[in-house]
Design a protein around this ligand. Structure first.
Ligand code: COA
Length: 231
């Protein structure tokens, strides 16, 4: 099984990446990664311009519906991974135009995972977190991601959530544009430095204009979001 995975990875990405990937799997990793943190206050959505597109609706996807989807995320993400996320209580939505799926969007509550930062952490009461926003290729740049996010914000605002957060790669200017259109504001940035087994996170809070450093043990950290607080 393990060998099969390595061979598939090698076929897809070549020798150099396979060696780096295999070393990383057993802990010999070197990373320098950055992530931007955005937030939206869900208590003040009434002033936002309401985007309406007739014939489009946001659908909640449970395990049964997931199994019936063809070409989930255009193959970018797997259904097995989605099932595991659903079983952890994370929620999946899809914007549909009549019967056609235009986008996918996950919302995490209770806790969230950021594989890119190799971290998992609890979310405070009232917080929801967006993940893996995706618009099907043929429907990009017509406002689909913006509408999906807006409908999701409204839904979670109605459910009583007060804050929605979103993590974005600095190079992903398209999601930053979507966030900007919807009034999300950037509240921090996290730089992840990994040298072999040592993990260092440098969190820069835009609230307090300061940096905090922390060194979590394992994948869990309850301190990441706290490092952005005002105090
Ligand atoms: C990111 C993504 C979800 C955006 O979906 P979308 O439906 O095309 O987004 P929207 O149409 O709502 O808005 C896109 C905005 O970004 C702008 N944009 C697109 N490409 C851009 C670029 N290279 N530079 C700057 N702005 C860009 C568009 O012009 C539009 O802004 P506008 O409405 O002011 O014109 C889609 O590109 C995608 O699925 N990408 C791959 C997956 C991904 O990166 N997901 C996010 C992280 S997990």
């Amino acid at each position: 099984m393990f060998l099969e995975k390595i061979i598939n990875y090698y076929r897809q990405f070549g020798l150099a990446r396979t060696v780096c990937h295999s070393l990383a799997r057993v802990g010999f990793a070197f990373y320098y990664r950055k992530m931007l943190f955005y937030e939206k206050d869900l208590c003040q959505l009434n002033g936002d311009p309401h985007r309406e597109f007739t014939g489009m609706h946001l659908e909640h996807i449970d395990e049964e519906k997931l199994k019936a989807i063809d070409n989930y995320y255009d193959g970018w993400r797997t259904k097995d991974g989605a099932l595991r996320r659903l079983q952890k209580g994370y929620q999946l939505f899809s914007l549909k135009e009549h019967t056609e799926r235009l986008s996918y969007i996950w919302v995490d509550t209770g806790s969230t995972e950021v594989p890119y930062l190799q971290l998992r952490f609890p979310l405070p009461e009232g917080h929801s977190c967006l993940a893996y926003l995706y618009t099907v290729k043929d429907h990009r740049n017509r406002g689909v991601a913006t509408l999906s996010t807006q409908r999701t914000m409204r839904l979670f605002g109605e459910k009583g959530y007060t804050r929605m957060i979103s993590f974005v790669l600095p190079k992903n200017v398209t999601v930053q544009r979507v966030n900007q259109k919807l009034g999300f504001r950037r509240f921090g940035a996290c730089t992840y430095i990994r040298i072999l087994f040592l993990k260092i996170y440098v969190c820069r809070s835009l609230f307090a204009n300061r940096r905090k450093l922390f060194f979590p043990l394992g994948k869990n950290s309850s301190r990441l979001l706290n490092s952005f607080s005002k105090s």
